[in-house]
Write a protein that binds this ligand. Structure first.
Ligand SMILES: [Zn+2]
Length: 207
């Protein structure tokens, strides 16, 4: 905590003046070009590795970078991710969506453990918000991953509700990554399909 407080003090002395100039430059007319979805992991610093700055993009983060399918969107139970999509793509007319996973994701590692019924039963979900979140929005993707039965030499087909929206992908064909990182890659591709459903849902609402 001391380190963070010292950082705030240093920022106020060294960086704030130049940042205020950047804020003023975009204050009345920000034109963000992308919405960036990623995990809340402390090792992920999207503005640094994309070299973006004030006003460049929206960032939506959560535990494990899960993106719910639009079927989960209900007025009283919606989550932040589709709301962020509407804010970015409908209200701000952003045309680029980036979904960025990462290796050694602790949430993905836990999701992989949830393939065991003991880890994902109702009692476990009741006492753990993280397990509940992962089961609700990651379980169907986990099942799809398990169906592959460990054969990653074959291409995997990803299909949305409409047949025009589909693509094929190879998951780690050279077998370089651990099983949890493979799961992370598969889930990320499934979420690209979910994003299509979210964009369509947000578009319908606007009309
Ligand atoms: Zn993560």
């Amino acid at each position: 905590m001391d380190r963070i407080l010292r950082g705030i003090m240093r920022y106020r002395v060294l960086d704030r003046a130049s940042m205020v100039k950047q804020f003023q430059a975009v204050k009345d007319n920000p034109t963000p070009k992308a919405v960036f979805y990623t995990c809340m992991d402390s090792r992920m610093i999207p503005t640094r590795f994309t070299e973006t700055s004030v006003g460049d993009m929206f960032v939506v983060r959560n535990a494990g970078n899960l993106l719910p399918h639009s079927q989960h969107f209900m007025d009283e139970m919606t989550s932040c991710e589709p709301a962020g999509l509407e804010l970015a793509c409908v209200i701000n007319d952003i045309r680029h969506i980036i979904v960025c996973g990462h290796s050694d994701c602790k949430a993905m590692n836990l999701l992989y453990k949830l393939k065991s019924k003991e880890e994902s039963n109702k009692e476990q979900r009741r006492i753990s918000p993280l397990k509940s979140w992962l089961c609700t929005h990651g379980q169907s993707s986990l099942e799809k991953f398990i169906e592959m039965n460990g054969d990653f030499t074959k291409p995997m087909l990803f299909t949305a509700e409409t047949p025009q929206r589909k693509f094929v992908a190879y998951i780690d064909p050279e077998n370089q990554f651990c099983i949890e990182d493979k799961l992370s890659q598969v889930i990320l591709l499934i979420y690209l399909i979910h994003l299509c459903t979210g964009v369509l849902s947000a578009g319908r609402k606007k009309r």
